[in-house]
Ligand binder design. Sequence first.
Ligand code: GLU
Length: 432
Amino acid sequence: MAGQINAFEMAQKQFDGVAKQLKLDAGVSEVLRWPQREYAFRIPVRMDDGSLKVFQGFRVQHNDARGPNKGGIRFHPAETLDTVRALATWMTWKCAVADIPLGGGKGGIVVDPATLSVREKEELCRGWVRAMWKNSGPRNDVPAPDVGTTPQMMGWMMDEYSRLVGQYTPGVFTGKPVGGGGSLGRTEATGFGVIYTVREAMKRRNLDPKKSVAVLQGFGNVAQYAAIGFVELLGGAVAGVSCYDRHDKKAYTYTKKGGIDPRFLISIVDQYGTIDKQKALDSGYEVGDGDNWIGLEVDVIIPAALEGQVNAETVKKISKSVKLIAEGANGPTTPEADEYFKKNDIFNIPDFLCNAGGVTTSYFEQVQNDMNFYWSKDEVLQRLDEKMTSAFNSVYDRSEKEKVYMRDAAYMVAIDRVVKAMELRGWLTGSA
Ligand code: GLU
């Protein structure tokens, strides 16, 4: 989290603003501005050097009115209960806006995964499941990968849960490896989903993708496929990406005249997500300061790293040429930066709409796991495109109808759906 920004305060502030506009009942607001359940636990792991180390773990279940809680698990050294609360809350809105029958959850462990051996990682994953399995399950709470976690980790976690309950239960974790219960297309899903919403936004705003240039912050799973999608699906160019370098403990911005080649950059990323700087330089890339990305003269900016990156300070560096911001990350934009976008008529595709492609394909994965029948990659991506397009259009139409900012419109669509589910289940009338 950048500076003093608290992600959960930010999530509550966003919600409160829209709850007021919707004239939501004060009691209903109180239900929705806090998670339903929170778990904090400690996970002991025997390390390779023989010592026993204890890690802090979390799981927050924000709201399950529309279906089982759903959301990733992050491995990050700066993880806190408040970040997990914020991310769980955003998952509720994300699943609702994508109109998939799932609630909101998020988990985390305070750890830098790059410091662990493969065996230690597996132990930590299995330890997380031993702490949480009684409160997880395909009809209860279904985690997935997020920052710092991978399909392989989901495979181990699914295995641990299956051992504990005594039966193969693939639908308890999503984002599993293909061949181990995973879905084709899940790897591309979040990044491509971002691009489907960018395509729709450009149609509505009369922008030509083929004449557009984008820059991305981050080069993890979401940014990699968003970059590929911007070039290969939309025919645009990507001027640069910023990427954290774990050796130098700082980020760099990689640019190239005429645009970067995302597939080449992916080929020189190590298993922890660091681009090989030397190889990039040898191939004609320029390697600049990590903060440079936000000031590049482009049409589209895609923050796809961590929360709080586009804030009161950094927003001032954005070039006048920028017309669209597509939030690949969760919570990248602070309310102060939102004010700047509103004032300068920069079109925003808000995070829980823009990056809903991952969880939507997680939902497809669960459906396939339940049927024990698997779809082709084309079928998955086709269904994903339909879902993302329809989610974008319902938010865009709402923003036109109510004359509100896209983030507020997305909240309106999502809150209405969650409140309706709570009403239909009798949560708001009886003794819920
Ligand atoms: N971690 C991803 C997100 O923030 C995916 C969640 C999921 O697939 O459950 O949306």
